[in-house]
Design a binder for this molecule. Structure first.
Ligand code: NOJ
Length: 800
């Protein structure tokens, strides 16, 4: 069935059979990275093995260093040098850090939770497979494995030596950079039983690095290994081929293990490297023993793949668009699981020391993973509810290891409000999505303490969230903005307490409608009526005070003046309230279509929808953050991909299937052919793309950790394909491009499997004429729940 197909560009392609993104040149415009690990021990790895590791918390338990802004780009990493002992020539099979060597072949395959880099140089083929095994044993420490295979494809025997390089960080990543004298005095490494052990004298925490074969030598002192005023491209030890067996008493500690082997023509050698961290050094020997043999390592890799298969199996689709299939079946859900684990905490852009997990971010990330990782989504939501105060607002961020919450960015302006008007409302929306998907109503009874004491059921926490917004309204009756709403940079309240967010009013309406739906389902008719009445009251206010003639106003400032209106010179129109007037069911049909038409005319571009227009051209105290960016960047008129997804949903909700799909494809990373200009990874969504007013229009940044991941998945699967969980069953109401003949989807829901086949014989965008379940017609578009765990065939015929 797949017809439309790009899937490749000058630097790589998507391998659908292997479910891997294959990078065919090492010199990508930016490092194209992947994530390792399952939310515990893990890290990032680029297509040339740059990157770093940490255990659960990248600020408090960092394992490896990474130099974010430094040159050469994307160093250090998980490196191996190979040295031909006959000629003295050396290279790195991952290209970096010996980039002067032109490899004869190179390929990087990023898969779900692993990366495999294969290359060839002068007859030696080398493959490095990196992954973090699932750690299910209390006796073992969390660790990562590097599996190196080296094969002699030349016609003569080859004497080779390998040297690893991993640069260790003091576990407190902030102090590793701030307090250099202390950090570099206290960390030291010793070599025992073929293992490098990096630790301090005051805590048992130990980073260990070992291999499954005897070493020829080792080094742990960076300066000795590299040599003064040299760099990783030509370390002294590799150049001379002689490990110095340094046990660093202090300084910059590294893990370099040296192995020597001779390969006959056609012969292959495998070495497994084990890098991990533990507070219980007694775990190190069992961990090494566990990955001693090749078959043990292969079994661990198979377990990891099986875990990902389970996760990816919750929904699979076959549409006429191969790019869409690749994204929805593999890379978009991989990205969603990564954001579930890491929110916006640690990436190639986020250093993992400042932000922790974002409350609003993690609540939104749950939206796409409630079906595929419900336990983790529930755990995250419970963690977030612990950040709520008795008055109903929440901390803006949390460090998961310590549970420490904080106000995030707002701390920079202590006299401004220290709360954000949307955080707590996302928690309502995320929690109800979880319950709708899982039917786990008991979650609502779970008791959780407020950040400032006393505990309550989650159901009561939800009510407090609503109460906070009701109690914090401005002069027009709209929600006060607080430090900001979803847009961190729109900082309108400078102490008056009067700034208001129109968008947040619409988000509030969505939360109220979701609560009303829950109350209906639970038979709490009075509550449902109350929620609907509150929603109607807010809808009336928005339509009375925030309709600007052809679109909705974005906000009101400290002085009660509107932002995002035609009468302004800058920031006349903003994407958010147009899309959310539909999502929050605030606009009537005429205004909804008008608002979306204005959005399209004023903000749409071939690379996505700009967040607002015209951007600010100079600093502006009225809005603060937004105007710190140059025109066309990020929130100042850039293409903020996260927000594009709401236009997709709104278009689908209006039945505009062609438009929804156009918005979807505009930012579909695999569909971008201009990889040099686009620059970032083509297999995951970036947070932002430079907008039409920016000199680098079309250039993307900040891939991986973005709300775009979860929301695009929601937009595509729930609103374009139209398969949505409800409390009572699976709602199917596609809104697709007219050109599609239909599509297929296999969806797991509440333990059963729904084999859904949608046909579109009249080539419509929307409308369901008939649904048959296991051959029997049903009325309406909600396919009932099945408790039998079986597969049920669902035939959907679109039509008027
Ligand atoms: C990125 C932040 O992580 C997110 O919380 C925010 O909503 C967007 N920026 C928009 O400002």
């Amino acid at each position: 069935m797949p017809k439309r197909q790009t899937l490749s560009n000058r630097l790589g392609y998507y391998d659908a059979a292997a479910r891997e993104y294959v990078i065919t040149r090492p010199d990508t415009p930016t490092p194209w990275i992947n994530y390792l690990g399952a939310g515990g021990y893990g890290g990032i790895i680029s297509n040339t093995a740059g990157g770093f590791s940490f255990d659960r918390d990248p600020r408090n338990r960092r394992v490896m260093r990474y130099r974010y802004n430094a040159l050469p780009l994307d160093q250090p990493g998980r490196y191996v040098y190979l040295r031909d002992q006959t000629t003295g020539e050396f290279w790195s099979p991952t290209w970096q850090p010996v980039v002067a060597r032109q490899l004869d072949a190179y390929e990087c395959r990023h898969g779900a939770g692993y990366t495999r880099i294969t290359s060839a140089y002068r007859g030696i083929k080398a493959t490095l497979l990196y992954f973090v095994p699932l750690n299910d044993s209390a006796d073992c420490a969390p660790c990562e494995l590097w599996i190196m295979r080296v094969k002699n494809n030349s016609r003569r025997p080859r004497r080779l030596r390998s040297f690893t390089y991993a640069e260790f960080c003091f576990w407190d990543a902030l102090n590793d950079q701030n307090n250099l004298d202390w950090a570099q005095h206290i960390v030291h490494t010793r070599f025992e039983q073929d293992t490098l052990l990096t630790t301090t004298q005051f805590r048992p925490t130990t980073t260990f690095f070992a291999s499954n074969v005897r070493v020829t030598g080792f080094d742990s002192d960076r300066e000795t290994f590299v040599g003064a005023y040299r760099d990783l491209a030509n370390p002294t030890v590799v150049e001379t081929g002689k490990p110095r067996n340094t046990q660093a008493a202090r300084g910059n500690n590294i893990g370099s293990l040296c192995h020597t082997f001779t390969l006959k023509p056609g012969q292959e050698k495998e070495i497994v490297f084990i890098l991990g961290v533990t507070d219980e050094p007694s775990q190190i020997a069992p961990t090494r023993a566990r990955y001693q043999k090749s078959n043990q390592v292969q079994a661990a890799f198979a377990d990891l793949r099986a875990d990902w298969d389970r996760y990816l199996g919750s929904l699979t689709v076959t549409t006429p668009d191969a790019d869409t299939n690749a994204m929805l079946n593999v890379w978009n859900p991989i990205q969603c699981r990564t954001t579930l684990y890491w929110s916006r905490f640690v990436s190639a852009y986020e250093t993992g020391v400042g932000r922790g997990m974002g409350t609003r971010d993690s609540a939104q990330d749950a939206l796409a993973t409630v079906q595929s990782a419900p336990e983790r989504a529930r755990e995250n939501l419970a963690m977030l509810w612990r950040l709520q105060f008795n008055d109903g607002h929440t901390w803006h961020q949390v460090f998961p290891l310590t549970g420490e919450g904080g106000p995030g960015l707002a701390a920079e302006y202590p006299t401004d409000p220290q709360w954000f008007c949307d955080d707590h409302l996302w928690l309502v929306i995320g929690t109800l999505a979880y319950v709708r998907e899982t039917g786990d109503f008991a979650f609502l009874d779970q008791r959780i303490a407020y950040a400032d004491g006393a505990d309550d059921s989650i159901e009561r926490h939800l009510v407090r969230a609503i109460e906070f917004t009701r109690a914090h309204r401005g002069p027009h009756g709209l929600p006060r903005a607080g430090f900001s709403d979803w847009d961190d940079t729109l900082n309108l309240d400078h102490g008056s307490g009067k700034a208001e967010s129109v968008w947040c009013a619409m988000q509030f309406c969505r939360a109220l409608l979701d609560l009303a739906e829950l109350s209906d389902h639970l038979g709490k008719i009075g509550e449902a009526e109350t929620y609907r009445a509150l929603k109607n009251e807010m809808t009336e206010i928005v339509n009375r005070v925030a309709w600007d003639g052809a679109w909705y106003t974005r906000a009101f400032d400290d002085a009660g003046l509107p932002v995002g209106v035609a009468s302004e010179c800058e920031h006349q129109i903003n994407l958010l309230p147009q899309a959310w007037s539909v999502i929050g069911e605030v606009a009537d049909a005429a205004r909804a279509h008008q608002a979306m038409a204005s959005l399209h005319t004023r903000l749409n571009t071939p690379f996505g929808i700009a967040l607002m227009d015209p951007p600010y051209t100079r600093g502006n105290e009225r809005v603060r953050g937004t105007a710190t960016y140059p025109p066309g960047a990020k929130e100042n008129g850039g293409i903020f991909c996260h927000a594009n997804t709401w236009a997709m949903i709104a278009a689908a909700q209006l039945g505009l299937g062609d438009l929804a799909y156009q918005y979807y494809r505009q930012i579909l990373p695999l569909a971008r052919q201009d990889s040099e200009q686009y620059a970032v990874e083509p297999y995951v969504y970036p947070q932002n793309i430079c907008g039409p007013t920016h000199p680098d229009f079309g250039h993307a940044r900040n891939a991986w950790l973005t709300g775009t991941a979860a929301w695009t998945y929601v937009a595509a699967t729930q609103w374009i394909l139209g398969i949505r969980a409800t409390f009572n069953g699976l709602h199917i109401a596609p809104c697709i491009p007219q050109t599609w003949d239909g599509f297929r989807a296999t969806r797991q829901f509440r333990g059963a499997t729904y084999d859904i086949r949608v046909s579109n014989p009249d080539h419509l965008c929307a409308g369901v004429r008939a649904i048959q379940v296991d051959g029997n017609a049903i009325s309406g578009t909600v396919v009932p729940l099945f408790t039998d765990g079986a597969t049920h065939r669902v035939d959907v015929r679109m039509g008027q």
